[in-house]
Design a protein around this ligand. Structure first.
Ligand SMILES: Cc1cc2nc3c(=O)[nH]c(=O)nc-3n(C[C@H](O)[C@H](O)[C@H](O)COP(=O)(O)O)c2cc1C
Length: 501
């Protein structure tokens, strides 16, 4: 049933087309005045929050010898690039992090903004915001978290390039950050959860962001603080009596430049309750023969954090081991702690599929992953590969596709009105898509495989290849996988590898 969802329909139908004015590209991170700055150590020994933020968003150098898109080495000097731990469409990083700390974090309790360029926290407003912020969740935690992290999107940051499609990326990148947060928390043996249903207007007001330019998409919580009682901490009304610090560079409001994004975001912001969300019960989805997978290679997602980077020049011809693919799919399909009913068991919105070209022991074809039985259900034969390769993709995606060993494709229904979340469903679906696909990328990195998202691969040709032509579900992302083809990496072991336990 797909009645309603008018803002989602209008968003999906929009094909905004405008020249990109690169000269007017906005700054790639937000800055606040340095009064109240808390400079973070790069090595997190004495300050676990510093390590968490560095592994979520801290800038990191990458050294490599340049390789052409076609994989041939270029006779040029080594390249030094500054990247971030979590991928971002076009490297524009539209998501900002705001951290609510309590007195135990080694700095004054407050609402801080993380500045990745300077690896520091800037005070946005003093006072312990954890109870007020988590009180705006639709499913607030019973015990106060140690930390509440708000992820917001600065709409114009990537909107100047991608126009309204920027919202899709902003939601998926929020999901990717959530996946990384969960992976790091697990390695630190901390409880973490992802909240996507909250009172938007109040959250944005508490953060002090201009809602026409920036909006919260997810709230992440870490740990439990049994030393403080929620009822003893300041309320949102107490806190907002002090105005939030104003950022140094105001982000432009986007209602006229990104009208479909604005409409979808604001419609989705109408109060929604988690208990209205109708969980999906797995049905007997159609499919062909079932193919068992070997036991997944035992890797931790945190082991992929240090080495993950999107391959620049495609993949080598040697096939991928089936136990590595099993690990990628198992991690992608694993449940997570969050506010959506059912998510603890498995993702609630998205089903991972895979198009296989060269995986040892598996016939080329398209498959739906069945996590419960660690097996693949065939949904397309070997012609699926040609179908996907002939899809309408950009040159670099085509070159990557020509050499990738497999493609992981999360699938879900953007117009599923039966879930009861109205136009917020699109946001929830895309956040979970980003979470699932980034878990796959981290697992791939932990297996020493390369993986790169190519959004343009999520198209009708891919839908046809995985048997969705007459179904409401769609391919939502597209993660190429294989042994990365690259020039020698210069030895620069990142400190994270030594630090995560
Ligand atoms: C949501 C999302 C969509 C992306 N879409 C594409 C894409 O369509 N084509 C592409 O080549 N890379 C795509 N990427 C990869 C980014 O270009 C890459 O993450 C960015 O350049 C930063 O590099 P890194 O991943 O090595 O840190 C995407 C990444 C994300 C998170």
């Amino acid at each position: 049933m797909t009645a309603g969802l008018r803002a989602t329909r209008a968003y999906l139908a929009a094909r905004p087309d405008a020249d990109i004015d690169w000269a007017a590209a906005p700054p790639r991170y937000k800055r606040y005045p340095p009064a109240g700055r808390s400079v973070l150590p790069w090595n997190s020994g004495s300050d676990p929050l510093a390590g968490l933020l560095r592994d979520l968003m801290g800038l990191r150098p990458r050294w490599s010898y340049p390789v052409a898109l076609t994989g041939t080495a270029r006779q040029e000097r080594p390249l030094v690039d500054v990247g971030r731990p979590v991928p971002s469409g076009g490297g524009l990083h539209p998501v900002e992090l705001y951290v609510c700390t309590g007195p135990g974090s080694g700095r004054a309790a407050g609402l801080y903004h993380y500045d990745p360029a300077h690896h520091c926290l800037d005070l946005v407003r003093p006072g312990d915001h954890r109870a007020a912020m988590s009180g705006l969740l639709d499913a607030p935690p019973a015990v106060l978290p140690d930390l509440v992290v708000a992820c917001t999107a600065v709409f114009w940051r990537n909107g100047f390039k991608y126009r309204d499609f920027a919202y899709n990326l902003q939601c998926q990148e929020t999901g990717a950050l959530a996946a990384q947060f969960l992976a790091i928390a697990k390695a630190l043996d901390r409880r973490a959860s992802v909240h996507v249903i909250f009172r938007d207007r109040e959250v944005n007001a508490l953060l002090g962001v201009e809602p026409a330019a920036e909006g919260a998409l997810a709230l992440l919580t870490l740990g439990t603080d049994t030393a403080a009682r929620i009822e003893d901490l300041p309320t949102a009304a107490d806190l907002t009596a002090t105005p939030a610090a104003a950022p140094l560079d105001a982000s432009p409001a986007v209602p006229t430049t990104l009208p479909h994004l604005t409409r979808l975001h604001t419609t989705a912001a109408r109060p929604t309750r988690v208990r209205d969300h109708v969980p999906r019960y797995p049905g007997a989805a159609a499919g062909g023969p079932r193919v068992p997978l070997p036991d997944a290679r035992p890797v931790r997602l945190a082991d992929g954090v240090a080495g993950r980077a999107s391959p620049l020049a495609g993949y080598r011809r040697d096939p991928v081991d089936a136990d590595a693919l099993a690990a990628v799919l198992a991690h992608a399909a694993r449940g997570y702690r969050g506010d959506l009913p059912g998510a603890y068991a498995a993702p609630v919105a998205v089903d991972p599929h895979v198009v296989v070209d060269r995986v040892r022991g598996l016939a080329p074809g398209a498959y739906r992953y069945d996590a419960d039985r660690n097996s693949l259900v065939q949904v397309g034969d070997a012609s699926a590969i040609a179908l996907v390769r002939n899809g309408p993709v950009h040159e670099n995606t085509g070159l990557g596709l020509a050499t990738a060993a497999a493609v992981v494709v999360p699938v879900g229904d953007p117009l599923d009105a039966d879930r009861g979340l109205g136009d917020r469903w699109y946001r929830v679906l895309q956040i979970e898509t980003g979470l699932v696909v980034h878990r796959a990328a981290l697992a791939a990195a932990a297996c020493d495989l390369g993986a790169r998202i190519h959004s343009d691969g999520a198209n009708r040709a891919t839908d046809a290849a995985i048997g969705l032509t007459d179904r409401p579900e769609r391919s939502l992302s597209f993660l190429l996988l294989g042994h990365e083809r690259r020039g020698p990496r210069l030895p620069a072991p990142p400190p994270q590898r030594r630090e995560l336990p």
